[in-house]
Design a protein around this ligand. Structure first.
Ligand SMILES: Cc1cc2nc3c(=O)[nH]c(=O)nc-3n(C[C@H](O)[C@H](O)[C@H](O)COP(=O)(O)OP(=O)(O)OC[C@H]3O[C@@H](n4cnc5c(N)ncnc54)[C@H](O)[C@@H]3O)c2cc1C
Length: 337
């Protein structure tokens, strides 16, 4: 997919604006490629105003392939390798997809439309997730998928950047670099300059319970609530996420009911869980829901990561690095404007 184009020269200094998952990975791979990188973030290190603050952190290129273009799976698989290299976190957890008997038709359709899975019977399902024994008679196991915890992994990567000598300026929001190349990774905030970017709200709830233990993200196929549960540290579970075309980042009663109903449908013990947090983020998306690396002179915009910021950010950073070092572009997601 990479095509060589005419040779160009780029300044050694790069300013990256936005230290969310997109900007952080750009900073990591470009600093490793030998560029002198500075990262600017308007927020403090907790990044509470980023979309990624609300994310599940699932790295699920096969499951996401059910309703997206093949480019998402292709780039997502590459990203998984880059996450593995970066975190060296051991074996991948995989993803388990389940459905109740009455939703078998939707389950079978999901299986047909995705690759990378094994059909598991009730016995194997009980080995993978003992807490779900007896709840479902079959599942789909995507062994090569993984997940990260957004609120832990970004501080970890920022510390790595510091170790590499990359300066991160929190509380700073420059419009562009003073000299050198600017990479705009502002997510939904870039709508002031990126006209075709829209917001797609994702709502989530975090609950706490000691009565359920999960080893990996569990997705529930359901005609009304096709949602997922991601296990986190300290008996916390993130239940996500809605997909609503709106600029309003509030959480509706309907969405809260649906998210909690989905958790209850996966395991009745979630009924007694304690609600820890409810929130929503605005996903930045282009009309076709594919990401874009747009190259416009000495400004590059990396945006439109939609539901796939954690899944795609490493591969997109690799594409930018390859463009700047080898003048190669990926026709599916890169544009010279
Ligand atoms: C509920 C929910 C669940 C999700 N689950 C997943 C998932 O499981 N897997 C997955 O891959 N993706 C998931 N996503 C999508 C993912 O969160 C987004 O794709 C991703 O956060 C986009 O990354 P970004 O870096 O482009 O934007 P952001 O995460 O929004 O980061 C942009 C950063 O730029 C900063 N910024 C903005 N303006 C300026 C400025 N002028 N100067 C300096 N800094 C600025 C912001 O403060 C922010 O920190 C989910 C999203 C939601 C809402």
């Amino acid at each position: 997919m990479l095509h060589d184009i005419s040779a160009k020269r780029y300044p050694a200094h790069i300013s990256i604006i936005g230290a969310g998952v997109a900007g952080t990975w750009q900073a990591l791979l470009l600093s490793r490629a030998g560029f002198d990188v500075t990262l600017f973030e308007r927020d403090d290190p907790a990044l509470k105003s980023s979309t990624g603050h609300w994310a599940g952190g699932m790295l699920a290129p096969y499951c996401e392939g059910e309703a997206t273009e093949p480019a998402i799976t292709r780039l997502g698989l590459r990203s998984l390798d880059l996450w593995d290299q970066e975190l060296a976190s051991g074996p991948r957890s995989g993803t388990l997809v389940v459905a109740h008997r009455r939703d078998r038709t939707d389950f079978d359709r999901f299986a047909r439309r995705t690759a990378g899975h094994d059909l598991v019977d009730a016995e194997r399902l009980a080995i993978l997730e003992p807490a779900l024994a007896g709840q479902f008679d079959r599942g789909l196991f995507y062994a090569d998928e993984h997940h990260v915890e957004p609120r832990k992994v970004l501080p970890h990567l920022h510390a790595r950047l510091n170790d590499h000598g990359v300066a991160i300026h929190y509380g700073e929001a420059p419009a562009s670099a003073k000299g050198g190349l600017t990479i705009d990774c502002r997510g939904i905030a870039a709508r002031d300059q990126v006209a075709d970017l829209r917001a797609v709200k994702g709502e989530m709830i975090v609950v706490e319970t000691k009565d359920v233990q999960l080893n990996r993200p569990v997705r529930l196929i359901h005609p009304r609530w096709p949602l997922y549960i991601v296990p986190r540290a300290d008996h916390h579970f993130m239940i996500g996420a809605t997909t609503i075309e709106t600029d309003d980042d509030g959480v509706s009663v309907r969405s809260a009911l649906e998210l909690l109903s989905a958790a209850y449908a996966v395991h009745p013990a979630f009924a007694e869980a304690r609600i820890v947090e409810i929130g929503a983020g605005l996903r930045p998306a282009f009309p076709d829901n594919l990401p874009r690396v747009r190259i416009d002179g000495d400004r590059i915009s990396v945006n439109g990561l939609y539901r796939h910021g954690f899944l795609l950010a490493p591969a997109l950073a690799e594409l930018t690095a390859t463009y700047l070092t080898r003048d190669a572009i990926d026709n599916e997601v890169m544009q010279c404007v």
